[in-house]
Design a binder for this molecule. Structure first.
Ligand code: ASP
Ligand code: MG
Length: 383
């Protein structure tokens, strides 16, 4: 079960998550993957960038105080009994002290490498997981927390977007399997380690990916991604209120939807589960009895024909057209290599069967450049 930042925005929500986990763990073996509290990763990234540019006296202290305040008030609500809080408060304090030192380092150096950014951004998950774990214990559920690396998630050294090493799957199983029957392990999402023990991250929103890796390593019956909507929907409900939840969808369809902007699940999160045939379920933390969307192998026919509609915003559409293109080999190659040379990525391509036109879609920010590049590339033909 993976819970994202919106599911654990404050102490009350953390307690709600602990209750959901408790309920399901009574009849199932559950491992939890947890994000940072809502907005924490963003503010960690923000402070690092501020410190590089210009920072005033006291910026770091103020930041650490705010972080501490926010987590401590969450702890107060998530763990009602004072004597049960002591240990987790110590863990959080220790984490924040370490963070303060790292930030000071960034401030003095005036730069942050991708490696140090990963280290800084890891703190959100490093302190959220112990809080949920303690909240579970306060409800009488045996629980321990693990950082990604501690749970066996070892990656390459691509800081800012690392990939798991193949041996991770076995390591995770060796680490977590012994606890399955006795307690609920809470694993920090998003963060991992390289083989030298240096902290890496799987890239923004990477906790879904962690959940899929961990679920696959443990050969789970299902991987549940909890979010704040009832599942994958037919449209974006913010634009079209009549949107419905899709009860079942194939891995490939879900991947296609996530690539095209459906944000409830990270596109990478489907792959490990798909390779092993483990169903992924998207569920609502605030409506847990709803069965959500089940993502499974194989294509399920639906009488509605079109299952879902999604959209990418801020794109530009271009068309290269002319009778001279008909039956002339190499025009498409020239169009796309001219764009590629200027590092303009093409998102979609179509050519009419008359061959008299080629259309393509690029990000809006490349639109004008793309037109210029194509004018240059076909300068002679355009005379
Ligand atoms: N906390 C990380 C982020 O905000 C990872 C996640 O929430 O999935 O990107
Ligand atoms: Mg997410």
């Amino acid at each position: 079960m993976k819970f994202g930042g919106t599911s654990i925005g404050d102490g009350e929500k953390i307690r709600n998550v602990a209750k959901i986990v408790k309920e399901y763990s009574e009849e199932n073996e559950v491992v939890v993957v947890l994000s940072a509290l809502r907005g924490v990763t963003d503010s960690l990234e923000g402070i690092a960038k501020t410190l590089i540019k210009d920072s005033k006296e006291g910026t770091i202290e103020k930041f650490i105080q705010e972080m501490g305040g926010r987590h401590l008030s969450a702890i107060e609500v998530a763990i009602p009994k004072e004597e049960q809080r002591i240990e987790v408060i110590e863990t959080v304090d220790e984490g924040l002290r370490e963070l303060q030192e790292v930030l000071l380092g960034i401030y003095f150096l005036g730069e942050a490498t991708p490696r140090s950014l990963d280290y800084i951004m890891s703190f959100g998950e490093r302190i959220s997981a112990p809080i949920l774990s303690a909240s579970l214990r306060s409800l009488g559920v045996e629980s321990k927390s693990f950082m990604g690396g501690e749970a066996g998630l070892i990656t390459d050294s691509t800081f800012g977007g690392a990939s798991p090493l193949p041996e991770s799957y076995e390591m995770i199983r060796d680490k977590l399997e012994p606890f399955l029957k006795k307690e609920v392990s809470v694993v920090s999402g998003f963060i991992a380690e390289n083989s030298d023990g240096v902290i890496t991250t799987l890239g923004r929103d990477g906790s879904d990916y962690t959940a899929s890796i961990v679920g696959t390593a443990l050969d789970a019956d299902e991987i549940w991604i909890f979010t704040d909507v009832d599942g994958i929907m037919t449209y974006n409900p913010k634009i079209i209120p009549e949107a419905r939840t899709i009860p079942i969808i194939s891995y490939l369809e879900a991947m296609e939807l996530t690539y095209f902007g459906t944000s409830v699940i990270h596109p990478k999160a489907i792959e490990p589960a798909m390779n092993r045939g483990i169903p992924v379920r998207v569920k609502n933390t605030f409506n847990p009895s709803n069965s959500g969307t089940r993502i499974v192998k194989g294509y399920k026919k639906d009488k509605r024909v079109v299952k879902a509609v999604t959209a990418i915003e801020d794109v530009a559409s271009l068309m290269v057209a002319g009778a001279g293109m008909m039956g002339t080999p190499g025009v498409a190659a020239r169009v796309f290599s001219a764009l590629a040379k200027r590092k303009i990525n093409v998102m979609m391509i179509s050519q009419g069967s008359s061959e008299a036109n080629i259309s393509m879609v690029v990000e809006a920010k490349y639109g004008e450049d793309a037109v210029r590049v194509l004018h240059e590339a076909f300068e002679l033909e355009r005379l």
